[in-house]
Design a protein around this ligand. Structure first.
Ligand SMILES: [Fe+2]
Length: 448
């Protein structure tokens, strides 16, 4: 078991929840920041042989900032059934997608309609958390959610509604799910695909919902019960012949109106952003993995992920592919006031000497330039989150916030940089005093 790299070092799980109100800060926390920097990752309470990084129970982290102060850091288990049983806690109430759904939610944490949700793909409903990250209940958004949800909804900055691609290995279709800014499901539209692909993320533009249909496909092992999902992610495998396609579904359209654009075989967990150019083509920037879950079934790691731009023409389904950056990178983020719109800057984590996590990259996509922040092998950043300095600040005028592992002291710090001084000294560094295991995603959720 100890050979699994996703169970050791800073991938290793935390056994205890933490509440800290006495945090030491170097520098000055910007007064504008009032809210919580939330983050989530897998934290298995009982990992089995062949444990997959994506399958660990959810564990959330939050740093509360207000008035230039770091008021608290909290970490909490997301109380799925396995966690509750292991800890002797009462199981969490609320609806489940299937009777045997465990409630596991480990991949992203968002604010929506004044509530906080831990979310996951592949069949789990969202888990609602309170402001201080205690699990409240499983949620189907008030009864409107009738299909699986996703860990990567995209928020339309004009309406506040979120768009997601839901899937489940024993449903024939994917689903385009839209949830209003108030948290009510307003659209559930099936999307037909030829197999059972893993669909981790999506993108939107002004007119399209963008569907990723790539060759990591669900396989039922020989002799297994075809409805048993206990094998989990290990049942998703690379299938070369499946092919790679991007679907452009008109936002209010139906599956048969989807325009499918073939691209060279690869796998994408995360788009950076997408938009429509003046000719009506869709420009989709992605982190492209050459393949996934082919020889390595316990986590990502099959060739360097690069930043690529795909230009997709809805008129004829053609695609043009170009590489924007060769440097291995993941966890792409941008200024989310520009989701689905032309944009200039992207921020990514970069793989370092110690594996999936290292420094951070800032891309200027207009100039074709990149800055690489590397604080040394002992400082490993998790996903960068951009927060604008004010509502009407220019793109890139704001803060980059990231949980950074300090392997010398075996603790995490939250680092706040000005995005326009990406390589300079942080404006503030908050010492959390405990580890934050390498995980997946998070967001700044402002109080207002
Ligand atoms: Fe993700």
């Amino acid at each position: 078991m100890s050979e699994n790299p996703f169970l050791s070092g800073n991938f290793g799980p935390m056994e205890e929840e933490t509440t800290s109100t006495d945090l030491s800060v170097r520098g000055e926390i910007p007064e504008e920041l009032e809210g919580r920097l939330l983050r989530i990752g897998p934290n298995p309470v009982d990992p089995k042989e062949g444990h997959h990084w994506f399958a660990g129970n959810g564990f959330v982290h939050g740093l509360r900032l207000r008035g230039g102060r770091a008021e608290w850091y909290r970490s909490r288990f997301v109380r799925d059934d396995q966690v509750c049983d292991a800890k002797g806690w009462a199981r969490t109430p609320g609806p489940r997608f299937r009777e045997d759904s465990s409630g596991l939610a480990n991949t992203n944490i968002i604010g929506l309609g004044g509530k906080t949700y831990a979310i996951v793909e592949g069949g789990g409903f969202p888990m609602e958390l309170d402001y201080e990250l205690e699990t409240v209940q499983a949620s189907d958004f008030g009864g409107g959610l009738v299909t699986p949800f996703s860990a990567h909804p995209k928020r339309d900055p004009d309406t506040g509604e979120i768009h997601a691609a839901g899937y489940f290995p024993f449903m024939d279709d994917l689903h385009h799910v839209v949830v209003s800014a108030e948290g009510e499901v307003t659209r559930t539209e099936p999307i037909s695909v030829p197999g059972k692909p893993m669909v981790h993320d999506c993108a939107i533009t002004e007119n399209y919902f963008i569907v990723l249909d790539f060759p990591v496909v669900f396989h039922v092992p020989p002799g297994a019960d075809s409805t048993d999902v206990s094998g989990g992610l290990g049942q998703y495998r690379w299938e070369e012949d499946y092919g790679s396609r991007v679907g452009l579904l008109p936002r209010n359209g139906t599956s048969d109106q989807t325009i499918w654009c073939e691209v060279e075989n690869c796998f994408v967990f995360h788009p950076l952003n997408a938009y429509e150019d003046q000719e009506g083509r869709v420009v989709l920037d992605v982190i492209r993995h050459p393949r996934m879950f082919d020889s390595n079934l316990t986590g990502p790691g099959e060739g360097p992920p690069t930043l690529d731009r795909w230009t997709l023409d809805p008129k004829d389904g053609s695609s043009r592919e170009e590489r924007l950056s060769e440097r291995p990178q993941e966890f792409p983020r941008h200024d989310e006031r520009l989701v689905g719109k032309p944009y200039r800057y992207g921020y990514c984590g970069t793989a370092g000497g110690a594996g999936l996590f290292g420094g951070m990259l800032k891309h200027d996509l207009h100039k074709g330039e990149m800055q690489h922040r590397d604080d040394g092998a002992s400082k490993q950043y998790q996903e960068p989150v951009f927060v604008p300095r004010s509502e009407d600040a220019d793109e890139d005028d704001g803060w980059i916030m990231s949980y950074r592992h300090d392997s010398d002291r075996n603790v995490a710090e939250v680092v706040i940089l000005h995005a326009q001084d990406f390589l300079g000294d942080p404006v503030a560094t908050i010492d959390l005093g405990v580890r934050v295991p390498f995980g997946f995603h998070g967001n700044w959720v402002a109080d207002t």
